[in-house]
Design a protein around this ligand. Structure first.
Ligand code: SF4
Length: 614
């Protein structure tokens, strides 16, 4: 299709900028001069995918090699999908507008379970069979990485190989192996068998799964020389790790439209509900010089005037003060503003608050996660009510008037009293504001409480716990609502049906592949979007597949049960997770990695916080 025709079609859709390509920083190569073409697919909209740091890093890294051309592909929104299907336009990459089915690799990043039907839809739009077994030629290889890969079983039938952990090294090793095999004319099977020998690569077709009569897993058996356990990969030296000095700058507004500067990977904390806190262990920091240099290069090359420092808990960065000083040394003069997300309350020092105060004045965001100290101890969120109130008071004195609090509903051992504690904490913050002797005249305080539903995730101490049912989620939401009596506090929730489904897929096994396929064929896509999500279609898919969602989500799992992800190794041992689960039920906390090592297993990587002097 020529450009004119294409542009005419784009006029029929809501946001043509999602599909036009040609943005500053996008990379165009001569396709005749590269050996490998890689379609980097984000199974959600352009605006979300373009905000994703991992995609920016790998896009730049792959394109830094002359022999690889990596292009971007996003899930077309329903309006453009209709146009594509009507006009027989196959899924294409933004840079070349070439059909991705002719590429060497189609690589998905799996950030959340609710994007699985989009993966299937993108394969279908590309004109490829959905199942790995039905795609028999060597290319295109359908590969996937990202956090959901720590339990990829529900989507294993559709993907040829998964990358476990951080992709900077292992992705290139696979591309090199592919080049070798393409040259010698290997079959897909020969390539996959060789790929499975690379650390961090999981080829699901090389594992047979057997089930017990009670539906739990009986055994996972590797075949054709595949390893019994697959270990994730990490980057050891973050100062030497590749980081882009340019981003693609979009024409249309995206979710995070700014320089995103990574500071460190991992988290020292060990909040027991947080999968990221376990699967990215151990903490590995960049030096403040590296962070400062990288951020400055990105600002200069992209023209962005805002930097956001990115990590799981930026205030735990050991060099936060020197870093802020270095950054403030040039950002103020260059009219670049700084944003610091993910701040925790407990180490939010007066000095740091003072520095941030000079940077920007917007709402304060905290994540106490639970409303009572008892439940905060259960989840190992080491913050006290006193600390929260102290921080709020300091912030109010500094001129802040809006506080945003994040909580979770349905945490293990939660009672109505814990839920009431959420409302009470909100009220205490409101009272704190009005008790200030010198509160700003004519200003009022606003506390917004955002409550998501807890979903037990693999590789966390709560991986054994049942998720509460949809009905119970609803009941608890209503109860919490009834506890809030002032208009100074606003409350928002996450949808209970999507949280329940997320709970099924997070800890699901391969038998869920049939459900995903049926749901997709029933018309499910963009399931994380309220306007697209259709619970009835999902219910029908479970019924038709003869699979019970409750078996996966709402059941207490025995410690001895073989979990669908037990053959994957993310450093943290099951023994440690069991110990942490027991400690949670004893309402006891565990010190963070810098206070005391709890021997979680991640020291096996020989790097990071595990080897810092305490
Ligand atoms: S081995 Fe110790 S220091 Fe290292 S990540 Fe685990 S608990 Fe933290």
């Amino acid at each position: 299709m020529d450009t004119q025709q294409f542009e005419k079609l784009l006029l029929q859709v809501q946001k043509p900028g999602r599909y036009s390509g040609g943005e500053s920083g996008s990379i165009i190569k001569d396709k005749e001069k590269v050996d490998v073409r890689f379609a980097f697919c984000f199974p959600d909209t352009y605006e979300i995918g373009m905000s994703h740091l991992g995609m920016k890093i790998l896009y730049s890294l792959f394109n830094s090699r002359e022999d690889i051309w990596c292009e971007r592909v996003f899930a077309p929104w329903t309006d453009f999908e209709a146009v594509m299907r009507e006009n027989n336009i196959p899924l294409f990459a933004l840079e070349s507008r070439d059909a991705i089915k002719d590429f060497d690799f189609i690589g998905f990043t799996l950030q959340y379970e609710m994007a699985y039907t989009n993966v299937l839809n993108m394969l279908d739009l590309a004109g490829l069979p959905l199942k790995s077994a039905d795609r028999t030629s060597l290319s295109p290889l359908v590969v996937a990485g990202g956090p959901c890969v720590c339990n990829p079983e529900p989507i294993a039938d559709f993907i040829d190989l998964f990358f476990l952990g951080e992709g900077e090294e292992v992705d290139l090793e696979i591309i090199d192996l592919y080049k070798e095999h393409k040259k010698k004319g290997s079959t897909k099977e020969e390539f996959l068998r060789a790929a499975a020998k690379i650390e961090g690569v999981y080829v699901p077709s090389l594992y047979d799964i057997e089930y017990n009569e009670d539906n739990t897993i009986k055994s996972v058996t590797p075949k054709n020389g595949a390893p019994a356990v697959i270990s994730k990969r990490i980057i050891k030296d973050m100062d030497k790790c590749y980081y882009p000095d340019n981003f693609v700058v979009p024409y249309i507004e995206i979710v995070h439209d700014r320089v995103v500067q990574e500071v460190f990977r991992g988290c020292i904390r060990g909040c027991r509900f947080c999968q990221a806190g376990f699967i990215y262990r151990p903490v590995r920091e960049k030096s403040s010089d590296t962070v400062n240099r990288q951020a400055r290069a990105l600002c200069e090359n992209t023209g962005y005037d805002e930097i956001s420092l990115s990590s799981l808990s930026t205030s735990d960065y050991r060099e936060i003060e020197p870093l802020l000083n270095k950054l403030l040394g040039w950002t103020e003069k260059s009219y670049v503003s700084l944003a610091l997300p993910s701040l925790r309350i407990d180490n939010f020092s007066d000095e740091l608050l003072d520095k941030i105060k000079h940077i920007r004045k917007s709402g304060l965001t905290f994540a106490p996660e639970a409303g009572t100290q008892r439940l905060r101890d259960v989840i190992n969120k080491n913050v006290t009510e006193e600390e929260i109130l102290n921080t709020c008071r300091t912030a109010f004195e500094g001129g802040y008037t809006a506080v945003k609090l994040y909580f979770m509903l349905g945490l293990p051992t939660e009672t109505d009293e814990d839920l009431k504690g959420i409302a009470d904490l909100g009220q205490k913050i409101v009272n704190e504001f009005y008790s200030m002797p010198n509160k700003p005249k004519g200003k009022s305080v606003s506390v917004s409480i955002s409550v998501s539903t807890f979903v037990p995730k693999p590789f966390t101490p709560f991986q054994f716990e049942p998720q509460i049912t949809k009905e119970e989620i609803h009941r608890r939401q209503e109860y919490l609502k009834s506890c809030i009596t002032t208009r100074k506090i606003s409350l928002s929730y996450h949808d209970s049906a999507t949280s329940s489904l997320e709970g099924v897929f997070a800890r699901g096994d391969r038998r869920l592949g049939a459900v995903i396929e049926l749901a997709y064929k029933n018309g499910c896509t963009f399931d994380s979007w309220t306007e697209c999500f259709d619970d009835e279609k999902w219910k029908k898919a479970f019924e038709d597949a003869g699979v019970s969602p409750e078996f996966y989500a709402n059941r207490l799992r025995d410690y001895s049960e073989i979990n669908p992800w037990d053959h994957l190794d993310y450093g943290v041992t099951k023994k440690f997770l069991i110990k942490e689960n027991e400690t949670a039920h004893n309402e006891k906390t565990t010190p963070n990695c810098r206070e005391k090592c709890s021997a979680c297993g991640a020291a096996c990587y020989g790097e990071g916080v595990c080897f810092e002097k305490r």
